[in-house]
Ligand binder design. Structure first.
Ligand SMILES: *Cc1c(COP(=O)(O)O)cnc(C)c1O
Length: 399
């Protein structure tokens, strides 16, 4: 893959007619090093956020050895891509065949569950294995997160006692896990959830070997700038240390978004302008699902060689390329007022749940991938502090 200098360089030299995915392995590696060095426990990468094999290899090289997988296809993918990785099958509702293949073919020993039925399924599928690490998923609040994961999974606290005790009987190691929801905007999300873990442990009087605080670690987007990740790590560490567990108990987390968001972005072209609506060549069925369906505001910048600060920024909305009215992204996306047909725009921070959600509906979407060496449009890791939102205008010096 040819390595370009910058997003602007890609737009100028390729003049691409179809959207181009830009990848920044150095940004993902920096995020991975940050988690492996600073999180006060083990960091598992949640593969569903972005299952690209290149990203998996980048994270592995930067110190991520454990992977949270949710399906047998993800198990096979990571086993094939990173043969020495440790896989943790953390979807609480699995097919029995998937559990058996994961255990017997791929060496998976760690599974999550939130019902007695799933526990029985795991025991049956592994033929009563005695080397299982079983994590009981506890239901916690999603109130501090932008995307709830509270409705679907997790045992209620009042039902946790029986399940924890039964799991303890068959598990070599017993864990408790939870997920506070994606893009958790305050460390309190985790400390409140850990309080619930405490209540569950006290109530069940079981020895717990693993506390897994799940994903939900934020990235930074316009209008959603979270506190520094270190504040999350400190709060989690303090709460974990105060739990009634043995000193050898392990603390785990499962970041998806925080490890992958800065990895990729997209270069799109404006094909039509109607007032402040721009018709661009990727959208809801491409890498912009969250922009369309969740109203997520991603950072944008106009990719033009000349500095054009003299133009004020205005709010734009986007239409994607398909013939579907739902292929609409309300934004607002701030761009120079003079943006016109033929202009290229970089849409940033699409590494998490962007390329992973793409379809080929209507025959549109990015095919080409280019590696670039410039900084992502925003970062939680540069100088280890959140960056102010960068100007939407490219300066000459960045070429
Ligand atoms: C989706 C998911 C994650 C990753 O969540 P992020 O918000 O992307 O960090 C981690 N663990 C489980 C069980 C998940 O379902």
């Amino acid at each position: 893959m040819y390595k370009h200098h910058s997003a602007l360089g890609v737009a100028l030299s390729l003049k691409p007619a179809a959207p181009v995915t830009l990848i920044r392995p150095q940004a993902a590696a920096r995020a991975a090093r940050y988690f492996s060095q600073k999180f006060p426990g083990r960091s598992l990468y949640a593969v569903k956020a972005n299952p690209s094999p290149e990203l998996l290899k980048t994270l592995w090289s930067a110190g991520i050895t454990h992977y949270d997988v949710a399906s047998i296809v993800e198990v096979r993918l990571v086993a094939r891509t990173l043969p020495r990785a440790k896989l943790c099958f953390m979807h609480p509702v699995k097919a029995e065949e998937a559990i058996a293949e994961a255990y017997f073919t791929h060496g998976v020993r760690t599974f999550s569950l939130d019902t007695m039925e799933e526990l029985e399924k795991i025991v049956r599928a592994t033929k009563g294995a005695e080397d299982l690490e079983l994590c009981v998923r506890l239901r916690v609040s999603s109130e501090h997160s932008k995307l709830s994961l509270a409705a679907k999974f997790g045992v209620e606290l009042i039902e946790a006692k029986e399940l924890l005790q039964a799991t303890r009987q068959v598990a070599d190691a017993l864990g408790i896990c939870f997920h506070v929801g994606s893009q958790a905007m305050t460390p309190q999300a985790y400390t409140q959830a850990i309080e619930r873990v405490r209540a569950a442990i006290v109530d069940a009087s079981v020895t717990v070997d693993i506390v897994d605080v799940g994903g939900g670690f934020p990235s930074t987007y316009p209008g959603m700038e979270p506190p520094p990740l270190e504040a999350y790590f400190h709060a989690i560490h303090r709460a974990f240390e105060s739990l009634p567990i043995s000193y050898s108990a392990e603390l785990w987390c499962e970041p998806g978004r925080a490890l992958s968001a800065e990895y990729s972005s997209l270069v799109v072209r404006v094909e039509r302008r109607r007032g402040n609506e721009l018709y661009i060549n990727d959208g809801a069925y491409g890498a912009l699902f969250d922009a369309a369906h969740l109203g997520w505001r991603f950072p944008v910048q106009l990719l033009r060689p000349e500095a054009n600060d003299e133009q004020g920024l205005e709010a734009f909305s986007f239409y994607g390329p398909t013939c579907d009215d739902m292929d609409h992204m309300a934004g607002p996306f701030l761009l120079p007022s003079g943006v016109k047909v033929g202009d290229y725009i970089e849409i940033g921070m699409l590494g998490a749940y962007g390329s992973a959600m793409r379809t080929e509906f209507n025959g549109f979407g990015a095919e080409r991938v280019c590696e670039v060496a410039d900084e992502p449009m925003a970062s939680l890791y540069r100088d280890e502090a959140p960056l102010p939102q960068k100007s939407n205008v490219i300066q000459l010096s960045r070429r």
